[in-house]
Design a protein around this ligand. Structure first.
Ligand SMILES: C[S@@+](CC[C@H](N)C(=O)[O-])C[C@H]1O[C@@H](n2cnc3c(N)ncnc32)[C@H](O)[C@@H]1O
Length: 421
């Protein structure tokens, strides 16, 4: 790790890769694969972060992931017998995170599963339900799969008590079969219909998913762990009360990358998180949809943010506004992190630089400067190589994500940035 003394003079690109952060020392547990989630980071980064904290004399009892996504850090905290607090604005993310970090008894899971199947077999569904369905869902499903999913969802709700920790388990299983049973192009994380797809059978997909999740749950069963709390909320919402923690391990959303709400529309609509999935874009950091006063707020940008935004203004004003909003949100994020940490606490961020229309989005420098500005005593930085990235790793000329190899390669490395309070 390099200790930064002057952000403006620091050449971030020249920072060498530290192989310590590149790969994990053990196989990733199945629990981390129970549900697809874009931008999930590898679980071993949590282990590495905790090892690193120890070298700095920090033995955290309670950790947080303020953008907890599908609960990678939450689950690892549980495995390490640590208290955890996490939040994410996306209800699909927190559903997965809750399912991952709860302790389940196999016998109970099997009992609920049998009841669900029994209820399902006895249910009759009126075909008119499809005619009355949400238009967006009708767009994604054939009638047969839609009706089977509808029946399965009502069977789950009829079988598992509302307040039971077992409900997120079964809803998470349901959520992860929504894509294979739909017309959504299998290999794409983006919403795209595959006209040639034969959607999977609902009950078979559910059975397979259930088996996988039971196996995952048995792989690492830990009882009596300290408190794990996961909230569905906007981290930057001013009324949001946050706990004090010893360490934050997180990966912020990327600058204007993709709309998480759009990627999870099937789950959001099926699970009634929204009538219109686009409503869930609101407040999501990095979204292109926002409402704020650019002329007034832009003055709050730090120097690194300001220079990127002003470079962009000439080429793409609307993009410049979105990027400015992103940087402002990240600045607020670092302030909130600072106030959440206990004395001598530490915040560790995993973040990558990107490029748009030839302009470097120096997210790492911007974040490091933000950490200094809000009072972190020391800021340390290193770089890691990304291996096995499941996302589309290229960008087109216009900066859009693509898997076309002629595009510009991105994210082959990313930064680990640490702020010490
Ligand atoms: C890079 S992902 C984190 C992935 C996570 N590390 C994992 O392994 O699943 C960033 C997350 O930030 C969330 N997010 C975006 N804006 C947010 C906000 N205002 N408050 C809380 N979470 C937010 C997104 O929904 C997304 O899940």
């Amino acid at each position: 790790m390099i200790k930064i003394t002057d952000v403006r003079k620091q050449n971030f690109e020249a920072i060498p890769i530290d192989s310590f952060w590149n790969v994990g020392d053990e196989r990733e547990l199945k629990m981390h694969r129970i549900h697809a989630y874009p931008a999930k980071f590898p679980a071993f980064l949590t282990t590495k972060a905790l090892e690193f904290a120890e070298t700095q004399g920090l033995c955290p009892e309670k950790i947080a992931d303020i953008f907890c996504g599908c609960g990678t850090v939450a689950y690892e905290a549980r495995r390490n017998n640590m208290g955890f607090w996490g939040c994410d604005i996306n209800p699909v993310a927190t559903l997965i995170a809750k399912a991952k970090s709860s302790d389940y008894k196999e016998k109970r899971l099997e009992e609920y599963y049998a009841i669900i199947l029994d209820v399902y077999s006895k249910q009759t569904i009126n075909k008119r339900i499809f005619t009355k369905a949400n238009d967006r869902l009708k767009y994604w499903y054939f009638e047969e799969q839609y009706l089977d999913l509808y029946r399965l969802k009502s069977s789950i709700y009829a079988s598992v008590p509302k307040r039971s920790k077992y409900l997120p388990f079964f809803l998470c299983a349901f959520s992860n079969i929504l894509k294979p049973t739909s017309k959504w192009l299998t290999k794409s994380i983006k919403p795209q219909v595959d006209p040639n797809k034969e959607p999977a059978n609902v009950l078979s997909a559910f059975a397979e998913q259930f088996k996988l999740m039971v196996k995952a749950s048995n792989e690492s069963s830990i009882a009596d762990t300290p408190e794990i709390k996961i909230e569905t909320t906007d981290f930057l919402a001013t009324r949001q009360k946050k706990p004090t923690v010893d360490m934050i391990i997180t990966s912020p959303p990327y600058v204007t990358s993709y709309e998480y709400a759009d990627l999870h529309q099937l789950s959001s609509l099926w699970l009634d998180f929204a009538d219109d999935y686009r409503d869930l874009r609101q407040g999501s950091i990095g979204s292109l949809h926002h409402d704020y006063n650019f002329d007034r707020e832009v003055k709050r940008l730090n120097r690194s943010g300001m220079s990127i935004v002003f470079n962009l203004l000439d080429r793409d004003k609307s993009k410049a506004k979105s990027v400015a909003k992103y940087f402002l949100d990240i600045q607020k994020t670092t302030q909130e992190c600072h106030s959440m940490l206990s004395e001598n606490g530490m915040a560790l961020f995993v973040i990558g630089n990107t490029e748009y229309k030839g302009i470097r989005m120096d997210n790492a420098r911007h974040l490091a400067e933000s950490l200094f500005d809000c009072g972190f005593k020391d800021v340390l930085v290193t770089k890691r190589k990304i291996t096995g990235k499941i996302l589309t790793p290229y960008r087109t000329e216009n900066g859009c994500f693509t898997s076309n190899k002629s595009g510009k390669k991105i994210y082959s490395e990313e930064f680990i940035i640490v702020g010490k309070k």
